[in-house]
Write a new protein. Structure first.
Length: 399
């Protein structure tokens, strides 16, 4: 399928516009980086992420006031309307803290603000585990099992706690447990006499040590650099060194712009974002290689033409393919950005920026670098000198 036929756009004549756009984006983004830095997620700086669900509208202002200096932000997934009552609390890891200290700190603060209203009762939504609940039920024996109870109350306790999951971890009434097999009025009565129901629930807590976070940060940088080095070697072997250098410069340009925009729009860099960056590195490199491969084919057929014209023709010939692949990918990641929710927002933002910038850098940055190199050296060839097949082409052309 082709959208355009007989396209004749002078891409190399517009190089100054592409370079100017890149310089503007780099300047805006990296001024932001130098002024406020990059925001790292818990993965890289160490700490605890606590996902808290509330029965009603989350009291963001009150939580921020009770936890000064702590990251508190709403979680909203448009595909899950109930998620509008979820918040994410991020605490940095301190040297003298254990990994579960952050979760305990958040739980203590929220319990004081929105937890038990009945003195002496534990919060069934947050402060109960299977062992303690099974021990209590065994003591009360609401099913009148006596010595034949065995593991029956342990299994019942596990089922009762699992029944919180369909309610996002928050029970507002013990009657919501009536559907659990084995539950009767006596069980519900014993539960309500021992436990209360808080207005929030900690759905998930993830902790990363400060040392591990630092190691992950360095490994992420190494992974990106190793990927660029490997691509440089491959493209240099497949084409020429200048092609590999141009492709790597273009990809490096894509990563720098993406990081700058991350700082500008206050997105956190996490392991999922690094995965997105490596994905866009491969995507951009693939698009660049497609253009370079067509350049090499056209050089063999148009040896008397100026090299800039050959590159223009190669880009025009691959334009439909670029629109199809990049356009469809952009639509996919754009939907992910708009509807994927806060958990995927940073990842999908990196993909959106990467697809757009990576596509235009292939013909707006990488290709002009090769043209400028050939112009500087006064040659129009893009043929790999050591290739036997290319030597036969050159010999045939000379005859």
């Amino acid at each position: 399928m082709e959208f355009f036929h007989s396209v004749n756009i002078d891409w190399m004549g517009k190089t100054k516009y592409f370079v100017s756009l890149s310089l503007i984006l780099l300047a805006i983004g990296w001024i932001s980086v130098f002024r406020q830095g990059l925001q790292y997620g818990i993965d890289f700086k160490g700490g605890t992420l606590v996902d808290v669900a509330f029965a009603g509208t989350p009291p963001l202002a009150q939580v921020r006031a009770a936890l000064p200096g702590v990251s508190v932000k709403p979680i909203s997934d448009q595909l899950d309307p109930a998620s509008k009552n979820d918040i994410e609390i991020g605490l940095e890891q301190k040297e003298d803290q254990t990994l579960d200290a952050g979760r305990t700190q958040v739980l203590d603060v929220l319990e004081k603000m929105y937890g038990n209203e009945q003195a002496g009762k534990k919060d069934f939504n947050n402060q109960v585990d299977t062992a303690s609940l099974a021990a209590y039920l065994t003591q009360k024996d609401p099913l009148n099992l006596g010595t034949a109870a065995g593991n029956r109350y342990h299994d019942l306790a596990a089922d009762l706690l699992a029944a919180r999951n369909p309610h996002r971890g928050i029970l507002t009434s013990f009657d919501e447990l009536r559907s659990v097999p084995g539950v009767n009025s006596a069980v519900l009565s014993d539960l309500s006499s021992q436990y209360s129901l808080g207005s929030f629930a900690i759905r998930d807590a993830q902790s990363v040590g400060a040392t591990v976070g630092s190691q992950l940060r360095h490994q992420a940088v190494y992974a990106t650099l190793y990927a660029l080095a490997g691509m440089l070697i491959y493209v240099a072997f497949r084409f020429e060194l200048v092609y590999g250098a141009a492709a790597v410069i273009a990809v490096f340009h894509d990563v720098l712009i993406t990081l700058g925009l991350f700082s500008l729009f206050h997105y956190e860099i996490s392991l999922t974002v690094i995965a997105a960056l490596l994905t866009l590195v491969g995507y951009s490199m693939n698009d660049t290689i497609v253009i370079f491969d067509r350049v090499r084919e056209d050089v063999r057929l148009m040896r008397r033409e100026p090299f800039a014209d050959i590159v223009n023709k190669a880009i025009n010939q691959t334009l439909s393919r670029t629109i199809l692949t990049s356009g469809l990918t952009l639509l996919t990641v754009l939907v992910l950005y708009l509807l994927g929710g806060a958990a995927l927002r940073a990842f999908s933002f990196a993909m959106v920026v990467g697809v757009v910038v990576g596509t235009y850098s292939s013909f707006g940055i990488a290709a002009p670098i090769v043209v400028a190199w050939n112009k500087f050296h006064g040659t129009g060839t893009a043929v790999r000198a050591g290739s036997a097949a290319d030597k036969r082409v050159v010999a045939a052309a000379r005859r």
